[in-house]
Write a protein that binds this ligand. Structure first.
Ligand SMILES: Cc1ncc(C[n+]2csc(CCOP(=O)(O)OP(=O)(O)O)c2C)c(N)n1
Ligand SMILES: [Mg+2]
Length: 344
């Protein structure tokens, strides 16, 4: 399992990738998919409240980007945030408990589905308002070079990966932050998850220039279009962007072409997208794609992959049991965590 194998078609900078890494990418995508499927079940059983936006279909983007980062790097998400949080290492039971509104959740049950947060994991949220995370991520990238350049800290520069959707790129924060990031050469990767739709609005009907990666050129940063259903392609592009960021060469924009397999949220009947369109994208399922790759290249056996899937099932079951058994926040603590507490 630890043997290094050659990947002939991919990875110019990382031209060998070991079996353990490939299987860990597979495991992370299966974790994301299984977690979201369980969320749907729990939502329909009335265990979760409010809006819940699932990530099925987009797993290669989260895994491909976040698993190319170091633990000390930052991730900033959107309201479709559960799977980004899992890839960043927040334990699934803490994310599940958060969705159940329990005290043991990563945001102490005060955030819920759209406000997953963990300072311990440098996970900056979870934002219900679209585009809200982009300035926050830009700030994280700014403090990272400030520590290096002004405070003369010797640690490696921390990189920030900032995720947002195609619809969000029509908002002003996107353009303002691209400008600042280039001006100050910030170590940030803007990751556009172009899943072709913003709720019920098709991307090509709302954007003057639908090719989002081309907008990078105007601001002077590299912009790449990448197959968002191919985890290895995303990983390769991200590793190059991380290197540029850490070497002080500034930001990168990555547009990952992807698709969500479910409706916008669990409350969406998903009647606007055509059956043909959905079927065409589902045929490109990123998890099945990596599975086929692993089997055809004899990287691991079906039994190995089955074992991974079984372990994940167990992990998800434990996450639900933990969330069910956890206490609700107490009414006396209603005002806690609104402000930083100085009594520790
Ligand atoms: C500032 C703001 N305006 C409008 C909304 C309503 N809204 C919620 S999701 C959404 C579409 C976002 O689409 P996209 O950025 O493509 O993300 P996706 O849902 O596809 O992941 C909109 C307009 C919002 N949440 N915040
Ligand atoms: Mg979208």
């Amino acid at each position: 399992m630890t043997e290094n194998i050659k990947l002939p078609l991919v990875h110019s900078k990382e031209d060998t990738i070991n079996t353990v890494t490939i299987l860990s990418l597979y495991e992370d995508m299966v974790l994301g998919r299984s977690f979201e499927d369980m969320c749907a079940q729990m939502y329909y059983r009335g265990k979760m409240f409010g809006f819940v936006h699932l990530y099925n279909g987009q797993e290669a983007v989260s895994t491909g980007v976040i698993k190319a980062l170091e633990e000390s790097d930052y991730v900033c998400s959107t309201y479709r945030d559960h799977v980004h949080a899992l890839s960043k290492g927040i334990p699934s039971k803490e994310v599940m408990a958060e969705l159940f509104g329990k005290e043991t959740g990563c945001s102490k049950g005060r955030g819920g589905s759209m406000h997953i947060f963990s300072s311990r994991h440098n996970f900056l949220g979870g934002f219900a308002f679209i585009g809200e995370g982009i300035p926050v991520a830009t700030g994280a990238a700014f403090q990272s070079i400030y520590k290096k350049q002004v405070l003369k800290r010797t640690n490696p520069v921390q990189v920030t990966a900032c995720f947002f959707g195609d619809g969000t790129t029509n908002n002003g924060q996107f353009f303002e932050c691209l400008n600042m990031a280039v001006l100050w050469k910030l170590p940030i990767i803007f990751v556009v998850e172009n899943n072709q739709w913003a709720i019920g609005m098709a991307h090509h009907r709302s954007a003057s220039t639908p090719e989002i990666h081309k907008k990078a050129e105007v601001f002077g940063l590299p912009g790449f279009e990448v197959d968002g259903m191919d985890v290895l392609a995303i990983r390769k592009t991200t590793l190059e962007a991380v290197k540029r960021a850490r070497d002080g060469e500034g930001p990168t924009l990555i547009e990952a072409l992807t698709y969500r397999f479910r409706g916008h949220s669990l409350a969406d009947p998903d009647e606007l997208r055509s059956r043909d369109e959905k079927e065409a994208w589902i045929a490109r399922d990123p998890i099945k794609r990596l599975k086929n790759y692993v089997i055809s290249k004899k990287i691991a056996s079906l039994d190995d992959l089955d074992r991974i899937e079984k372990n994940i099932k167990e992990t998800i079951k434990e996450a639900v049991d933990f969330a069910v058994a956890s206490p609700e926040p107490s009414v006396e603590d209603l005002h806690r965590y609104l402000f930083v507490e100085n009594d520790s």
